[in-house]
Design a binder for this molecule. Sequence first.
Ligand code: FPP
Length: 232
Amino acid sequence: MDGNGRWAKRQGKPRSEGHKAGSEALKRAVEAVMEAKIPFLTVYAFSSENWNRPAVEVKQLLDLFMRALTREIRELDEHGVRIRFIGDRTAFNAALRDGMRRAEKRTAGNQTLTLNVAVNYGGQSDVTQAARSLAEDIAAGLLKPEQIDERSLAKRLALHDQPLPDLLIRTGGEKRLSNFLLWQLAYTELHFSDVLWPDFGAEHVQLALDDFARRERRFGGLSAPEARAESA
Ligand code: FPP
């Protein structure tokens, strides 16, 4: 969800106004995704690198999360949204951690859309903690080094119990992953949009889905016509 700061600057507003508009855009995106009957959505709300921003902006962002948690949770729950948070939440204050825990608990049984919110998340640290967990099991004699494979590592990653992402959308014109779901995105289709996140709406979600529908996914194999020709 990139471009909040630039959106605010263009309007001569403080960056916090950009984040506020960004949270409205997130509501619209969630609605559009539900309309399209997509069952899983993961948003990057706060990266482990975002702590490097000025303290006042970090505080505004965390306040915004807290307010969103208290204000939106009922509506999300009523619409069948299950909320999950991924990332290291130990760095957040007790009130925010408690709010996250309660939101997860309240919506745990919902099935229409699983909304994963990545907060203080980093893809490298996700893989690192999975490696550490494997090492701990080896040290405890529960696992042998030769038993380590992609599956045993993937089982210890965030979102291990959900399907791998089909489509990644990055707004705001940058064309990089910025440490988001590095392992999980191995075969994900990438869609980059120049639209700044606060301007992102249902029509842009649809453009991304249309773009995705035109992609030919081979997962390292052959295209369907090639495979048919080979087997003929
Ligand atoms: C990146 O834009 C955006 C963020 C670091 C924060 C994302 C947060 C929201 C969209 C707020 C709503 C989220 C929730 C979960 C309520 P940027 O500030 O890096 O923009 P810039 O690149 O233009 O400076």
